[in-house]
Design a protein around this ligand. Structure first.
Ligand code: 15L
Length: 267
């Protein structure tokens, strides 16, 4: 197999659970980590419970690893402290460990919420200034900057996947634009992992949907060609529904519901 050992963090999450099954052909051993208990290791698997905020644990987690698929951390808006622990402190632990272990490549699950404050009328590419739509989005901007630094200084390659909405099916009208089918995510991860010389690449993770907010030409060297589309689900969310009300900021900005998400601080 192409890799001896791959590490998948966040293996108990929505995308991690799906990827767990799909990445097996790529490595003799897949090491799976999560902060919570996950299904026990099957053949060719290792399961490690790990809090990314625990520096020593992250160092141990990366031993003998050839490449990292980083899908761990907080995946929605939350308090700054919660997000900081996993997505900022934890990400720094991960890159320090990757550097010390001599690991050559990381696939980083970033998010389209790094540009969530761009209007839904605008198409953006990988080079526009960041406009995160919350603290979660800010933490993903940190990940993109941190991985850029570790490439420039140490030559560690990272592909940042600005994932749209990766679920089994689109769940609302916005996801007709942001949908990334599971098969397309697997293909995108495969391209990110196997393309020679990716340097530091930022790419949007989105299927071949009828409406597009994201221009992926800057990542053409990955050779990713989505095969699925939200088009098949369009009649479930007809135009003119509540979401298309121009007075609703979740329709005005690309980040959608994240624009109004998050904890209210009382004091
Ligand atoms: C994200 O970044 C979240 O991780 C995911 O749960 C979805 O909410 C997605 O964005 C989205 O925008 O649909």
């Amino acid at each position: 197999k192409p890799f001896h050992r791959l590490l998948l963090t966040g293996a108990g999450g929505g995308l991690g659970t799906m990827l767990r099954e799909r990445i097996k052909p790529w490595a003799d051993v897949v090491r799976l980590s999560d902060i919570k208990d996950i299904a026990p290791a099957g053949p060719g698997e290792e399961v490690v419970r790990c809090d990314l905020g625990d520096r020593a644990a992250v160092m141990a987690l990366t031993e003998g690893v050839d490449a990292v698929l980083h899908f761990g951390g907080v995946s929605v808006e939350d308090t700054f402290e919660t997000i900081m622990h996993a997505n900022i402190l934890g990400l720094h632990h991960l890159y320090e460990a990757v550097h010390k272990r001599g690991i050559k490549r990381v696939i980083y699950a970033s998010s389209s919420h790094v540009v969530g404050y761009y209007p839904t009328t605008q198409v953006v590419d990988a080079n526009v200034p960041l406009r995160p739509d919350g603290i979660y989005g800010v933490s993903k901007c940190f990940g993109e900057a941190l991985s850029r630094y570790y490439f420039d200084r140490f030559g560690i390659e990272t592909v940042c996947l600005r994932i749209g909405s990766s679920f089994g099916e689109p769940r609302n009208a916005r996801m007709l634009v942001t949908f990334l089918a599971y098969d397309d995510l697997v293909e995108l991860v495969r391209c990110a992992l196997f393309t020679p010389r990716v340097g530091h690449t930022i790419t949007y993770g989105v299927s071949d949907n009828p409406v597009r907010w994201w221009d992926n030409r800057a990542a053409a060297h990955l050779g990713f060609e989505p095969r699925h589309s939200a088009r098949a689900f369009a009649d479930r969310f007809p135009a003119g529904g509540a979401w298309s009300d121009a007075g609703d900021i979740t329709a005005v900005y690309q980040g959608g519901p994240f624009l109004t998400a998050g904890p209210i601080y009382e004091d």
